[in-house]
Ligand binder design. Structure first.
Ligand SMILES: Cc1cc2nc3c(=O)[nH]c(=O)nc-3n(C[C@H](O)[C@H](O)[C@H](O)COP(=O)(O)OP(=O)(O)OC[C@H]3O[C@@H](n4cnc5c(N)ncnc54)[C@H](O)[C@@H]3O)c2cc1C
Length: 395
């Protein structure tokens, strides 16, 4: 596409804003407009996320995307600083630590081998090495740990604010409006209709609508297999000044938690805790079921780290994962709606992939092919072709 053309991005979360930023970074000189219906981002996944960043995937494409993003996040605060905003994503590379029990040992042994063969940085930790890192942790049922030393966590809202401010400073327009229809002609998307009735004409339209992506795709007559699925998080206060900082720890039960550093020295550190409910029904529910804290979060956590027993719950919240059938994203121009580009279905990994996705979509839109990381396996029609992508390292 010629660099002077107009590109409309629907959805101004981390993904839409990263695409806008990368389009400018890569030299697109035409108009770039991000249409976001809620500039407070109350229900956007980007502002409700846990902040985990890891390269421990088991497919080469996801490892490469995550490595691009990890490098990007290590310099985010400096790179994305603009006169109107100084980001503070506070990327703490304290690692992702999978605790491996008897039942999962064989699976993790081969996963580690595979991850190393595709270039992911992973270490196998024996029980003594685990005890050195976390002396309080109970290891009676654990065989070993798998640790990603470059992984870690950051502040999701700061990522969002940083991308948005940097994109705005690079002459990207943010419009507050809801897209209620797409303008189609001869199998090609030519613009959008806003809730005000106004029509905006475009040379390309990008679907970056997060968990609401399938609604937008339906406006182009496309069935997009992306379903919103509720995910809970709880924040709790550590019962005492903790002698060390937790990495992201993933228990064999599925409970995982990370440190949330105190903002002042006077207050104790906190934890953010997650536990994906595998049979959570799809739907746009943001209701936080507080009973889950006592039923399937707290007991597993206190069993693994008994010294955490007096934990105090501070708050819980729920947001939406955008799930696809193979738990991998959908990226690229849709063959049945030309000039309609999809960046959807991140299935709980959109924050950690957002920088690389911005780069990939910028390439797909501007030059029609990926250059930095080959993302063609994530093409939007892969489910119709029965060509899902397999990556077993999903939490
Ligand atoms: C509880 C929870 C924990 C998570 N933890 C992690 C994690 O640790 N690590 C990680 O990598 N990922 C995590 N994720 C996933 C991650 O948050 C998402 O993959 C990522 O934020 C997706 O960004 P997005 O920009 O695509 O979507 P969103 O942030 O949801 O943004 C989409 C935007 O589109 C707007 N929009 C939708 N439809 C329209 C329309 N018709 N017109 C105008 N605007 C529209 C919405 O208002 C919204 O602001 C988590 C998600 C949740 C819910």
């Amino acid at each position: 596409m010629e660099s002077g053309r107009t590109i409309l991005i629907v959805g101004g979360g981390v993904v839409g804003s990263s695409i806008a930023y990368h389009l400018r970074l890569d030299g697109h000189t035409g108009r770039v407009v991000v249409i976001e219906r809620d500039p407070t981002y109350t229900r956007a996944s980007s502002s409700l996320a846990m902040g985990g960043i890891r390269q421990q995937f088991s497919s080469a494409v996801n490892v490469k995307l995550a490595q691009y993003s990890t490098r990007f996040y290590t310099t985010f605060d400096r790179r994305m600083r603009v006169p109107s905003h100084t980001p503070k994503v506070n990327f703490r590379q304290r690692g992702y630590l999978f605790l491996v029990d008897d039942a999962s040992a064989d699976r993790f042994e081969s996963r580690v081998e595979r991850q190393r063969s595709i270039g992911a940085r992973v270490e196998r930790l024996n029980l003594d090495q685990l005890r050195v890192r976390m002396p309080d942790i109970r290891l009676d049922d654990i065989r070993f740990g798998v640790f990603g030393p470059h992984d870690g966590y950051l502040e999701p809202r700061e990522v969002l604010a940083g991308f948005r401010a940097a994109a705005s400073a690079a002459d990207v327009d943010y419009v507050t409006a809801e897209v209620v229809d797409l303008v189609m002609r001869s199998g090609q998307v030519e613009g959008v209709v806003l809730n005000s009735g106004e029509r905006l004409v475009a040379d390309a339209v990008v679907n970056a609508a997060g968990p609401f992506a399938s609604r937008l795709a339906a406006m182009a007559g496309i069935h997009l297999p992306v379903e919103p699925v509720r995910q809970h998080l709880f924040r709790c206060a550590l019962p005492e000044q903790w002698p060390y900082r937790f990495p992201m720890v993933i228990d064999p039960t599925g409970v995982h938690w990370r440190h949330d550093d105190a903002l002042t020295i006077a207050t104790p550190d906190q934890l953010i805790v997650a536990h994906t409910k595998l049979d959570e029904p799809p739907g746009e529910s943001f209701t936080c079921d507080l009973s889950r804290w006592m039923s399937d979060f707290r007991p597993q956590l206190a069993r693994r780290v008994p010294r955490l027993e007096p934990l105090e719950l501070i708050e819980g919240w729920a947001g939406l994962y955008a799930m696809t059938p193979d738990h991998n994203p959908v990226l690229g121009e849709h063959p049945l709606a030309r000039r309609f580009f999809l960046a959807n279905g991140f299935s709980g990994h959109g924050l950690m992939l957002a920088p690389a996705i911005g780069k990939a979509l910028s390439e797909l839109i501007r030059i029609g092919r990926p250059e930095t990381v080959d993302v063609t396996c994530f093409a939007p029609d892969r489910f119709d072709r029965d060509a899902p992508v397999h990556d077993e390292a999903m939490i």
